[in-house]
Design a protein around this ligand. Structure first.
Ligand SMILES: [Zn+2]
Length: 376
């Protein structure tokens, strides 16, 4: 099977795309993996991250140019900036991505159509709404303080109401893996409630980031065999395996990967959507994403610890020679991406080391692809 991948190269200061032909192995069954970016919502909770409204709009535009399928723009009930974002984002004329608003299940004891959260979500005007709900019986009874049955009603009602208002609803199953270990039967019931309401994706969340790849694979496989609704995966990085967990979940049957650019997010961050996309595209040729984004100020909004200056890292003539040889060069770049050593490639540094920017870059693009995350 041959998959043709479209790539465009816009400029050195914006995004890069490419054209790639991949021959897959006979045994491999092609699946399209959706890339769902939550940089603007979950990522904004990272330490030191503070997007302005203009930043958010600019990043959304870049994410769209990068080809992600879904952009979670924020939680419209939580603050005015997020609700303003959705009203401004309606004019962005996105080419690739669908905007998603994020919210929670209706309040207990309140009908969904009366809930302020539902009103804010509808006002956001997005085609997709992502609803997070409690999945673990422990969190339902101890944190939320409602009965297990009422929680199921809250999930079902919320999803059904938003669906009736012509929204596509993704259901985020919070603490799914921890909940599964406590009571897998109840966790499945929460997913079924979302399906009954009309959810089109069930996102299994490792909210605490404490699950390991083998556990993720086992649990996702069980859910895949039990429910027909397409699954997604949303991992946090507390054990530093969020990307591995995501890939594990994809291999086990999930068709949507959620994450943030450079893995920014609360505590130890989220799964890094760039690493995920790179691995999917290069090791599991199902998708591709290419991203370059920065704040309105021009400063990169990557975590400093993940910023590596290519120029400083590779000043040897040998490396430059490798860059002139496309087939070898891609190995160098891929090695960096997949090893997570290099997540911020300063394009301008790289290109100034190349004697002829357009021609050399063209050679690279014809033979392989490059993810660039940098500042202009
Ligand atoms: Zn999260």
């Amino acid at each position: 099977m041959v998959v043709r991948r479209w790539v465009a190269f816009e400029s050195l200061q914006t995004t890069v795309f490419w054209y790639l032909t991949i021959s897959t192995r006979d045994w491999y069954s092609m699946r399209t993996i959706e890339i769902y970016d939550t940089t603007l919502r979950d990522g904004s909770q990272g330490e030191g991250v503070n997007f302005s409204l203009e930043d958010k709009l600019s990043i959304a535009k870049r994410l769209d140019e990068a080809g992600v399928n879904f952009i979670e723009g924020g939680y419209p009930l939580s603050n005015p900036k997020d609700s303003q974002f959705f009203s401004r984002a309606a004019n962005l004329e996105l080419k690739n991505a669908q905007l998603c608003a994020f919210g929670m299940t209706r309040r207990r004891g309140m009908e969904a159509h009366l809930d302020p959260g539902m009103k804010a979500l509808l006002q956001a005007g997005t085609p997709v709404v992502t609803i997070v709900g409690k999945t673990s019986c422990f969190h339902v009874e101890t944190v939320l303080g409602v009965s297990l049955e009422e929680n199921l009603d809250m999930i079902r009602d919320t999803v059904a109401y938003l669906t009736s208002e012509a929204r596509e609803v993704f259901y985020d199953a919070e603490h799914f893996f921890d909940g599964w270990k406590l009571d897998s039967h109840y966790s499945l019931e929460t997913l079924r409630a979302a399906v009954q309401g009309g959810a089109t994706r069930l996102i299994l969340c490792d909210t605490n980031g404490g699950t390991l790849p083998t556990e993720v694979a086992t649990i996702v496989a069980e859910v895949t065999h039990t429910l027909a609704t397409p699954l997604g995966i949303h991992c946090h990085n507390d054990c530093d395996v969020a990307v591995a967990n995501t890939l594990s979940a994809i291999s086990a049957g999930c068709i949507q990967a959620q994450g943030t650019i450079n893995g920014i997010g609360e505590r130890c961050g989220n799964a890094d959507i760039i690493s995920i996309a790179a691995n999917l595209a290069l090791k599991i040729p199902e998708t591709m994403v290419l991203a370059k984004a920065h704040g309105e100020s021009g400063e990169p909004w990557c975590l400093p610890k993940r910023t590596v200056n290519l120029e400083a890292s590779h000043t040897s003539q040998n490396y430059h020679d490798l860059c002139m040889k496309p087939r070898i060069c891609h190995i160098v770049l891929v090695s960096h991406m997949l090893g997570r050593v290099l997540l911020l490639i300063r394009a301008e540094c790289m290109f100034t080391q190349l004697p002829s920017r357009p021609s050399r870059m063209s050679i690279l693009l014809q033979n392989w692809w490059v993810i660039l995350v940098g500042c202009s």
